[in-house]
Design a protein around this ligand. Structure first.
Ligand code: SAH
Length: 211
């Protein structure tokens, strides 16, 4: 279902400089409409963020593609995601052959996505908790992707990055964020690049917003 709509979406992503063929292939395969409430299904392949209930959103496809491309992953890489939400971003990564660990702080969203992943046999490790402190057990990660806007860069996440690994995180105030891409060059040596003007729901937790 919706194959031609997915193809059109991928053409739009290409026009906006998404060039990584593994990312584009994943967008052709992963069925975004399944990650949305049924009533919104027909809007699934528009390039917009949409509500998924519990005050949260599924990120805009361009944002998911852009952040994924910025991670510069190789097949088999290990990625930590903060903010599982609908699970769409995680499913894109899984489809690219990435080992995914994802944390969600809201119980209802976590439980719903976990059940959906079981039914769909999407192979990712999901956890309920505060992602601002990372997931030490499986660290270091080749990539860490934060899908909610943060007031600053959580130190725990920099620590849990592998050398050569990248952290992609929106940093800013509550209304707008700068997408920040941090590369761990060496233990305690980081380089940083910034891409302005993104909007995410807030990252809430010990190293995020209070509420
Ligand atoms: N990656 C998701 C986007 C979800 S929106 C997708 O593809 O649909 C961001 C999510 O981050 C929300 O579900 C929100 O509850 C969650 N979140 C906010 N703060 C968090 C934290 N500290 N730890 C884990 N999840 C958090």
């Amino acid at each position: 279902m919706f194959e031609s709509e997915r193809k059109e979406l991928v053409d739009k992503l290409k026009a906006r400089k998404i060039t990584d063929k593994h990312v584009l292939e994943a967008f052709l395969k992963v069925e975004r409409h399944l990650f949305l409430p049924k009533a919104l299904e027909t809007h699934a392949y528009r390039d917009v963020a949409l509500p998924i209930g519990f005050g949260q959103t599924i990120s805009q496809p361009f944002t998911v593609a852009f952040m994924t491309q910025e991670l510069q992953l190789k097949k088999g890489a290990k990625v930590l995601e903060i903010g599982t939400g609908s699970g769409y971003q995680a499913a894109i990564l899984v489809n690219m052959g990435i080992r995914v660990f994802s944390i969600e702080r809201q119980f209802d969203i976590y439980a719903r996505t976990r059940k959906f992943f079981d039914e769909m046999q999407i192979n990712a490790l999901l956890k309920l908790g505060d992602g601002t402190i990372g997931w030490e057990e499986f660290s270091p990660y080749d990539g860490i992707i934060v899908t909610a806007g943060s007031p600053s860069i959580p130190i725990s996440l920099k620590k849990q990055l592998a050398i050569g690994g990248r952290l992609v995180i929106p940093v800013g105030d509550r209304s707008t964020q700068i997408l920040t891409v941090i590369t761990k060059e060496d233990e305690n040596v980081f380089s940083q690049k910034e891409i302005p003007a993104f909007t995410f729901v807030p990252l809430i937790g010990r190293e995020g917003w209070d509420s």
